[in-house]
Design a protein around this ligand. Structure first.
Ligand SMILES: [Zn+2]
Length: 1018
């Protein structure tokens, strides 16, 4: 899981704390070793004529000395990089930056990286720079550099045309393809530092670009001739500049505690490499768009978290939607690098372990998902540019996939890291150069087989039916597929297939198109066997289900011959305002976020929400539908409403008579999103959605909450974003040990100018919510506020006694890692259920398992002894069938019906047993959404021990004083994938002051039978 990666990150960062003051050990023989290898190079380059004579290329002695000096042992040098050729006219990185790459304590800001590449571009026709289409969220440019032989650069447009043709073989014959492959060049894309704490690749790439542009060894000449190299110098540009700031801050404050890299990009940290399905971040969209422009043969993503060089293949289970050829290519390239590096005496180059190869959410699925090769390295980084003594634990063990493991103890430098990355990349580039026809042909074959997929392995297509009740959500899903390069058609006439009848207007995602595999892997269901290696990340992601959009997997080939036209441009749901409107307007609640957008866009317009379903003519409306009365609103409301519903794809129905349905006013709640200074990773996905949808909110830290006295004056709803820490850790925050230490700031300063772009800053990250913060939150809730917890941070109100009746149970056998599960609405009268059908697929990752006490108390037995645990299920062995009552012979049949509860929902016996713990009816937790029964639980991903999750609450509304705490077990805003769950959160926000609606009916009629509810507190 990403937890593993985060642990690794924390380790890497923590290493810097004691990595100071180490000395560079110049290896004794490195110089002569380098020299001898250089002379080997000379003999290889002997054929090159310079000025009419045979001469070896002159070397940059000073730079070469720096390489050797900063490498801690000659075993970490290779003949490929132990020198740097000198050029009269092309500047080395040292000439522009002032230091050679791999100089200790030097990290380069993006602006200086770009300055270097632009100098290169000026000096040689072998280098060209471009900018990615979008700037970063904080406004920085993302650069793209292309390096190759000048003849290739001059004909770049032609080579792009060739890969573009090979990418779509529908109009190609094999003969023409062969000619194109022979004429074409392999395009190899190197992408630096998506992970900002992994600092080496942006440095290495500058030197690599120079080397490829100027060096004349046969190995480099072959690369230059046959490969067009694309370089993204730094992918996470915002995070890189903050990381360099942070490193400089540490250097300026030696011996003191320092913050972690709290923000990377504006929204997410490490999980910027989990956005390849959702494409919520500019960096993901830039990579996708650039891929579709160049169709590179390989996309190679550069990471640093394990020693010394892990080259990706993964343990499996491999993604089941990829062409097996790509998996062979992963292995071929990895083993080429391992063999060649091992031959050169470099230890610790390995593959297989580390990650699985299953989920398509990593950035390099821009390539893998589109018939190219996506691969990555993990090299050994020191989290900065220090030289440090490092211990290698698990990875220093020999294993079948790691016969030449890393050393257990090593002095490690930035230069070592650069050497290994650059050497292995040159070997890979050379291999691809020497086999470019094969790789281009593989690309063509994979593309061809993607087109054939509809008729070979199937399915024929996916259909998004036109009668979808959430057309806006369907259009959004279609647009995501389009962004992924997929073609989308629409039926022009109805068609009947074995899978059902589809109306004209239905979207069709044909599987006879080049990127059918990407669409298939996003829309299909996933099954992850629990006996497979432990998953590295999410195991299920079916986007139709998570977005609450109906998608039908159609195997019937008839769909391919149905009348349809290809769509162009963005899909959009048609919105309109219909009917006359003397009395007002009604907007159906479809369960889509657009309802909430409409409410906030027309901030001053008075609206109310229907508390039940109703009809206008033949048209049915859901509970939660918005009612806008003409009376009480200004005369321009019709024009303004028309404009917004047309933009949002909603339908407003004008009425001459208002529906006779119970309703309550719906305002524009004032929302705060709370973050900690421990981790901002997962709450960033909430900010992305709120910003994108234009729902206003204040972004505040838990420290700020702890210092405020009357939260209710400022906000109506407080969302505590997902943190992944215990309640006690949240309260404590980063420890403040004493007052003499001095603050640990995360703030813009002369040393840290880029911290100023952070979403939040503080003078001191120490201290968390504090007990005052807990008290302030309790006061806020009791005074009528709504407090929303996500996942495990429900422990905050539970453990600190703000709520009663809910507990968090430990899982014993459940294995439910990052998957899609079915839920059912247990209480359709709750405003949180507005707009939804009876069922909803949600994202859930292993915890928390909520338990609600039948009445009062603390919510059941936690990890200890719930009454029913371990009890046999079903009826005793006896006469009849499964549903028959057990009959004891020789006595009358007893009355087995449950005792009738009183108006408070309790039987006399229960009341007697509870004594002082009898809670008033109106304070009991209200389960709004439950996980489905075990048989119906799994949609996609992994499930074992499902009985522990089946029937458990997913969303609970707990009344406290005048306010409420709403707890989510599922994550309703996960990585821009769970659009179908957004309205659970938004409904709670819009109706924060009316969450009790429908409650008494539920309590009278809806109390579960004995044994159905969770066990009583004992
Ligand atoms: Zn990484």
């Amino acid at each position: 899981m990403n937890r593993i990666a985060l642990t690794a990150l924390i380790f890497v960062l923590s290493v810097c704390a004691y990595g100071q003051g180490t000395q560079n050990l110049a290896p004794k023989n490195a110089g002569s070793g380098a020299a001898s290898k250089i002379s080997k190079d000379k003999s290889l380059t002997g054929e090159r004529k310079t000025g009419g004579t045979t001469s070896a290329q002159p070397m940059d002695k000073e730079y070469t000395d720096s390489i050797v000096k900063n490498t801690t042992d000659k075993m970490f040098l290779t003949e490929l990089i132990d020198h740097l050729p000198l050029s009269e006219k092309v500047p080395s990185p040292a000439k522009v930056l002032g230091y050679p790459i791999g100089t200790p304590n030097k990290l380069t800001y993006t602006a200086d990286q770009y300055r270097y590449y632009r100098e290169l571009e000026r000096a040689t026709p072998r280098v060209k720079t471009f900018l990615a289409p979008e700037k970063s969220e904080e406004g920085r440019d993302q650069m793209l550099v292309v390096v190759s032989d000048e003849a290739n650069i001059a004909k770049l447009a032609r080579y792009k045309e060739i890969t573009s043709k090979l990418a779509d073989p529908r109009n190609l014959t094999d003969d023409v393809a062969k000619q194109l492959e022979s004429e074409g060049k392999a395009i190899y894309w190197l992408s630096g530092s998506i992970h900002s704490s992994e600092t080496g690749s942006p440095e290495m790439l500058m030197e690599l670009a120079y080397r490829i542009a100027v060096e004349d060894s046969p190995l480099i000449q072959a690369i230059r001739k046959n490969v067009i190299i694309m370089i993204t110098p730094t992918l996470e540009v915002d995070g890189r500049d903050m990381m360099v700031d942070l490193y400089n801050y540490k250097k300026a404050n030696e011996g003191k505690r320092f913050p972690g890299l709290i923000y990377w990009g504006k929204y997410v940290a490490h999980d910027n490499n989990r956005d390849s399905m959702g494409m919520a971040l500019a960096l993901s969209r830039n990579q996708m768009t650039t891929f579709l422009d160049y169709h590179p043969t390989v996309l190679h993503d550069l990471h640093e978290s394990v020693p010394f060089l892990y080259t990706s293949t993964g343990t499996g289970p491999y993604n089941a939607w990829l062409d097996p050829i790509v998996i062979d290519e992963w292995q071929t390239l990895a083993y080429h690098e391992i063999e060649e590096m091992t031959k050169r005496g470099v230890p610790g180059i390995w593959t297989h372990g580390f990650y699985d190869g299953w989920a398509p959410n990593y950035m390099f699925y821009v390539a893998n998902g589109h018939n190219s090769i996506g691969r990555f390295y993990e090299t050994f980084g020191n989290g900065g540019a220090d030289t440090a003594d490092r211990q290698v634990t698990a990875e220093s063990g020999r294993d079948w996939f790691r016969p030449n493991p890393p050393l257990a103890k090593v002095k490690w430098s930035m230069r070592n890291n650069v050497n290994l990355q650059e050497s292995a990349l040159l070997l890979a580039l050379n291999y691809v150069a020497n086999n470019k026809d094969k790789f281009l042909d593989n690309f063509y074959i994979k593309s061809k087989r993607s087109v054939a997929k509809a008729r070979t392995e199937g399915p024929a297509a996916y259909v998004l039916p036109a009668d979808e009740t959430r057309p806006g959500s369907a259009a959004e899903l279609v647009n995501l597929l389009k962004m992924q390069g997929c073609e989308i058609h629409r039926l022009t006439a109805p068609v009947e297939t074995k899978e059902g009848k589809f109306a004209a207007g239905s979207y069709v995602v044909r599987m006879d198109q080049p990127y059918s595999r990407m669409a298939d892997m996003l829309l299909d269901t996933q099954y992850y066997n629990v006996n497979d290696p432990r998953p590295y990340d999410d195991t299920g992601w079916t986007l139709g289900a998570l977005r609450n959009v109906k998608t039908v997997r159609v195997k019937d080939l008839k769909i391919l011959d149905a009348p349809m036209t290809i769509t162009s441009g963005a899909a959009k749901a048609v919105g309109n305002l219909e009917g006359s409107a003397t009395a007002g307007f009604v907007v159906n609640h479809t369960g889509e976020a657009s309802i909430t957008q409409l409410r906030y866009r027309l901030k001053d317009v008075k609206m109310s929400a229907a508390e039940d379903t109703f009809k206008i003519g033949d048209k049915g409306f859901n509970a939660g539908s918005l009612i806008i009365k003409a009376d009480g609103n200004s005369a321009d409301v019709q024009a303004r409403l028309k404009k917004e519903v047309e933009d949002l794809g909603l339908t407003a129905t004008g009425v001459d008579k208002l529906p006779e349905v119970k309703q309550h006013a719906v305002g524009t709640a004032r929302v705060a999103l709370v973050h900690t200074w421990i981790n901002t990773q997962n709450e960033g996905w909430y900010r992305i959605e709120l910003d994108r949808l234009g729902i206003p909110y204040d972004y505040v830290s838990d420290q700020t909450i702890g210092k405020m006295t009357n939260l209710r004056d400022k906000w109506d709803v407080i969302i505590f974003g997902p943190v992944g820490a215990s309640a006690q850790q949240i309260v404590r925050g980063t420890a403040k040990y004493n007052d003499t230490e001095g603050p640990i700031p995360w703030k813009k300063s002369d040393v840290t100018p880029n911290f100023g772009g952070s979403p939040d800053q503080t003078d001191d990250i120490r201290g968390g919510l504090g007990l005052q913060g807990v008290a302030a939150l309790q006061q806020f809730i009791e005074a009528g506020g709504l407090f929303i917890t996500i996942g495990g941070n429900a422990s905050l109100p539970i453990d600190f006694g703000i709520t009663t009746g809910v507990s968090i149970q430990d899982a014993r056998t459940l294995q439910a890692r990052g998957s899609v599960y079915n839920t059912v609405f247990a209480d359709r009268k709750s405003p949180i259920a507005y707009g939804y059908d009876d069922k909803l697929a949600v994202y859930f990752n292993q915890a928390p398992l909520f338990q609600v006490a039948q009445v009062g108390g603390f919510g059941g037995g936690g990890g200890g002894g719930g009454g029913q645990q371990g009890a046999p299920t079903g009826r005793p062995s006896g006469r009849g069938g499964l549903d028959d009552p057990d009959i004891v012979q020789g006595r009358p049949v007893p009355d087995q019906s449950p005792s009738t509860p009183g108006p408070d929902g309790l039987t006399a016996e229960q009341r007697w047993a509870l004594g002082a713990n009898v809670p008033p009816l109106e304070t009991r937790p209200r389960i709004v959404l439950r996980f489905a029964s075990e048989k119906e639980l799994l949609v996609s991903g992994m499930l074992a021990g499902g009985s522990e999750l089946a029937g458990k609450p997913a969303v609970i509304d707990v009344p406290v004083g005048k306010g409420h705490v709403v707890m989510f077990a599922n994550n309703p805003m996960w990585r821009h994938e769970t659009h179908g769950s957004f309205s659970l959160l938004f409904n709670a926000i819009l109706n924060y002051d009316n969450l009790g609606v429908g409650r008494s009916e539920r309590q009278r009629g809806g109390l579960p039978r004995a044994g159905e509810e969770e066990e009583q507190d004992q």
